[in-house]
Design a binder for this molecule. Structure first.
Ligand SMILES: [Zn+2]
Ligand SMILES: [Zn+2]
Length: 238
């Protein structure tokens, strides 16, 4: 297999996953495309991971929303970079155009971004599930691919079976605010509660937009007795 890889890389040199420029090795992105990505770095809210600008409590490192103790089902949330014009292509090609060779690079970025979560400790990695009809159409669950890679990097068990999406929903991007909530409300459930009870869960998804889907997953997990739920996504809309 390694021999075959070598021949292939000779015929087809590795290319930048974003702009297609030929690269000297399998680093995934060229330096120009890497520089364009808006990684989420310190300072950010130590609870929800939102970048901190201007007014925030320097000592507590919490954003206004977390300071006001707004109810959230999540212990910690982290994302690797901002979802914007520079990073959009990476996510969309991964999600819809079978560009699964991005998986390893994106998972590594998430692993670095999730440092606080791994330090706090977790028992199981659970990708946001797709409804089986969507899975048949798309052939793979992009969050499960990331989860698999993150499990390999962190040594934390991957569980793709206990949390299920038992009802079809419309794509959240087509909807706004309240509609989003109604669309996914009660769409997820836990099939094997014994696998979840007392566990610290890391939920994996591609993009954190309003967090509605992740919240619904967290409610189902908490109902099944999960001790805590963290979220780790590639990108987030700020
Ligand atoms: Zn490039
Ligand atoms: Zn916060």
């Amino acid at each position: 297999m390694k021999f075959l890889d070598q021949i292939l890389s000779y015929i087809l040199p590795p290319r930048c996953l974003k702009c297609g420029k030929v690269l000297p090795d399998n680093r995934g992105l060229c330096s120009k495309c890497i520089e364009e990505i808006n990684f989420i770095t310190q300072p950010y809210c130590k609870k929800c991971g939102h970048p901190l600008e201007g007014n925030f409590d320097n000592k507590k490192m919490l954003c206004g929303s977390c300071l006001s103790k707004k109810r959230t089902p999540f212990r910690l949330s982290r994302s690797a970079f901002r979802y914007d014009e520079n990073s959009k292509h990476l996510i969309l090609s991964f999600k819809f155009h079978d560009k699964t060779d991005n998986t390893s690079l994106l998972a590594k970025m998430m692993y670095v971004a999730g440092e606080d979560i791994f330090k706090a400790g977790a028992d199981v990695i659970i990708p946001v599930p797709l409804h089986y009809s969507r899975l048949l159409k798309r052939k793979y669950n992009q969050s499960a691919l990331l989860g698999h890679e993150l499990s390999r990097l962190s040594g934390i068990k991957l569980d793709c079976r206990s949390l299920v999406k038992h009802r079809r929903t419309r794509p959240q991007v087509e909807l706004r605010g309240k509609e989003r909530l109604e669309n996914v409300k009660g769409a997820f459930s836990v099939k094997r509660t014994e696998n979840i009870k007392g566990k610290r869960v890391i939920l994996i998804d591609d993009v954190l937009t309003t967090g509605t889907t992740l919240k619904e997953c967290a409610y189902a997990l908490k109902k099944a007795g999960a001790k805590s739920v963290d979220t780790l996504t590639i990108a987030r809309v700020i």
